[in-house]
Design a binder for this molecule. Structure first.
Ligand SMILES: Cc1ncc(COP(=O)(O)O)c(C=O)c1O
Length: 386
């Protein structure tokens, strides 16, 4: 190294996330552009059927975002103003916003300290006369305890909306692909997800009648057998364009490969960082190991810093080395528009403690062993152990 030169000047900065886009995506997008059918065309239908085949379900309805999928899911379940739905606060804000859109009250309950997902016992304890449903989220790609939630839902007469937006490709405790259990389930395809369409989402309906309503509601309330300006219900513009769907066709075609690429990077992180965790000087907590047949789908690589560490300082020190890292996730019950429903600090101690210490490291399929070494060494140094 030249005297005075820093590591950051010598090595290019890493990306926190990066989509893997190849020649298939480019070719299929170009074909759509040249076809003149940019919306509500055959490529949208092909994406839906390829996705449903991959997941092993009857049908899938593509929409403009994961949030749109959740919103239509709330409506499909018939949840109404004043109803209550139970979910974890350790999630992305859209999991709760989709309820607010329909004036349904998000009722938070604490998380399990290992899976970081909604704790079934806490969820059951939060049930009131007004409860109509459960909204389990597979946070960080870790499958929520759907068998437990389904049994609670069955005994209490509740609906289930699965927010699997972070978990495409995960396998649950009974060996089934997340989102394929017959509940209303949702996925998201933003550019940092396991597969992307740039922006986009998918909703898995429980039956053909629900699928028909979803297809109508995403398209301004127009039924498929109606004319362009005929509308028989309230709808939205939640359509996914065929240009976007073309990226999805290519991505779902190599989804297994994309998932394996993410697992490979996660394994490298686990190997390299396990030396820093558990009883070492740094006391870093790594993502929980899989409990077969359940299998996480790697969305991000989140670590938990030791209680006493200065997370902002760690983020700054990593940044100085060209390594972006993000405090991820906050516990959303403390956001002003949710806190005003009566939530306050200290109510969900597990979620709050995890939220205060979690850090997402660079994570995408383009990372090499050298990159992972670089992140691990910098993290070690930032934690004061290097
Ligand atoms: C858990 C969860 N739910 C919902 C969403 C919303 O998806 P979108 O950004 O596509 O609207 C996301 C997106 O990151 C998410 O992580």
């Amino acid at each position: 190294m030249v005297p005075g030169q820093t590591v950051a000047e010598e090595l290019p900065a890493l990306d926190l996330a990066r989509p893997e886009i190849g020649p298939d995506e480019e070719r299929l997008v170009l074909e759509v552009l040249r076809s003149g059918r940019l919306s509500l065309g055959p490529v949208l239908e092909r994406f839906e059927s390829d996705f449903a085949n991959w997941l092993g379900v009857e049908d899938a309805v593509a929409v403009s975002s994961g949030t749109a999928a959740l919103h239509l899911g709330v409506r499909a379940l018939g949840w109404k103003p004043g109803d209550e739905v139970i979910l974890s606060p350790f999630t992305f804000v859209a999991s709760a916003n989709c309820l607010l859109y329909e004036e349904v009250k998000p009722v938070f309950a604490d998380i399990d300290p290992v899976s970081l997902n909604l704790d079934p016992a806490a969820a059951e304890a939060a049930i009131t006369e007004a409860t109509v449903g459960l909204l389990p989220i597979d946070i960080f790609g870790q499958p929520a305890d759907l068998p437990a939630f389904e049994s609670i839902a069955a005994s209490r007469g509740l609906g289930i909306l699965e927010d699997s937006c972070q978990a495409l490709g995960a396998v649950d405790q009974e060996g089934r692909k997340v989102g394929s259990r017959g509940n209303v389930a949702t996925f998201a395809f933003y550019a940092n997800k396991q597969m992307t369409t740039g922006e986009g989402g998918m909703i898995i309906p429980t039956d053909p009648a629900m699928a028909e309503v979803l297809r109508s509601e995403r398209n301004q309330g127009r039924a498929t057998d109606m004319d362009w300006l005929d509308h028989d219900r309230l709808g939205f513009n939640y359509r996914m364009s065929d240009v976007t769907a073309a990226i999805g066709v290519a991505q779902v075609g190599r989804l297994d490969e994309l998932l394996e690429g993410r697992s490979r990077v996660a394994r490298m992180y686990m190997d390299r960082l396990s030396a820093l965790s558990d009883g070492s000087a740094t006391g870093l907590v790594l993502p929980a190991a899989d409990r077969p047949p359940a299998r996480r789908s790697w969305f991000v690589f989140p670590v938990r810093l030791p209680e006493a560490s200065d997370r902002d300082g760690v983020i700054r020190k990593l940044g100085e080395q060209g390594i972006p890292a993000k405090a991820y996730l906050p516990s959303i019950h403390l956001f002003p528009h949710l806190a005003e429903l009566g939530y306050r600090e200290g109510q969900f101690p597990v979620a709050e403690s995890v939220a205060a210490r979690s850090l997402a490291l660079p994570f995408h399929t383009g990372l090499t062993e050298g990159d992972i070494d670089r992140v691990a060494s910098a993290l070690n140094a930032a934690l004061g152990a290097g």
